[in-house]
Ligand binder design. Structure first.
Ligand SMILES: [Zn+2]
Length: 250
């Protein structure tokens, strides 16, 4: 299995049962693994610990990852960024690589500055100003970027705030991820030739109603997995992801 992923969180923003949508993607070649994180809700280290244990990778931790791809700044996808950045700064002592769209990058420091913008340094505990680049190595992209063996393509979605859907390719396989989006046939078409498609579903508006996904062709539904759904959701026609249960791509 060269490309696979562990769903670390599968719930929506209001879930009392699951963590927010988050994928730990692994490319494995000749016993060498490279990990890529997609989105970063809080509490990300606990999510990595629990997801890793459930999937037989107990050592999975922040330092395991070559980088993070960020789809958008809603808290159920991005509330772990403060901890991710601080852990890189203090524990790993290197900036965290973050690939995202320029419109997400534009607003990123605005959300983090109040809690990360000043640190007390030295024996005098001198208040010292910090910037985004002290914690993160942000790589804005509008079309394609690469992290290790992963080629990552993006496309903006219909959502409340700037958001990107993803095609992540490695080892000759392609994983598609809708991220948060209103139902968008053009986006489904963009994802259609991926080996596996992770698609959100929720109550409509800026999300995708399940009734629209169940109308897709049997071929598409067979390779589609659902994420970011409400508690108690039990679809009949498309398989939902299970938190901590690894999925092979292709
Ligand atoms: Zn959202």
């Amino acid at each position: 299995m060269t490309l696979s992923f562990i769903p670390l969180g599968i719930g929506d923003a209001f879930s009392a049962l699951h963590y927010g949508a988050c994928l730990a993607i692994e490319h494995r070649e000749a016993d060498e693994s490279t990990w890529l994180l997609v989105d970063c809700p809080h509490p990300i280290r606990k999510m990595l610990r629990e997801g890793g244990l459930a999937a037989g990778v107990p050592e999975l931790d922040v330092g395991s990852f070559a980088g993070l791809v960020l789809t958008h700044l809603h808290a159920d996808h991005a509330s772990g960024l403060e901890g991710w950045g601080f852990f890189h700064h203090f524990a790993l002592q290197r900036p965290a690589l973050v690939a995202t769209h320029p419109q997400v990058h534009r607003d990123l420091w605005q959300t983090l500055q109040p809690s990360m913008g000043v640190l007390l340094r030295g024996p005098e505990r001198t208040p010292t100003e910090y910037g985004l680049e002290d914690y993160f190595d942000v790589r804005p992209f509008t079309d394609t970027t690469t992290i290790g063996p992963f080629t990552i393509r993006c496309r903006t979605t219909w959502h409340h705030i700037p958001t990107i859907a993803l095609r992540i390719e490695a080892g000759g396989r392609a994983l598609g991820y809708s991220a948060d989006t209103a139902f968008d046939p053009a986006l489904v078409e963009w994802l259609a030739d991926c080996d596996l498609i992770v698609h959100e579903t929720n109550l409509g508006g800026a999300h995708t109603p399940y009734d629209q996904l169940r109308e897709l062709t049997p071929e598409l539904r067979a390779k589609m997995r659902l994420i970011a759904f409400p508690d108690g959701f039990e679809p009949q026609h498309i398989e939902p992801l299970v938190q901590g249960q690894r999925v092979g791509v292709g």
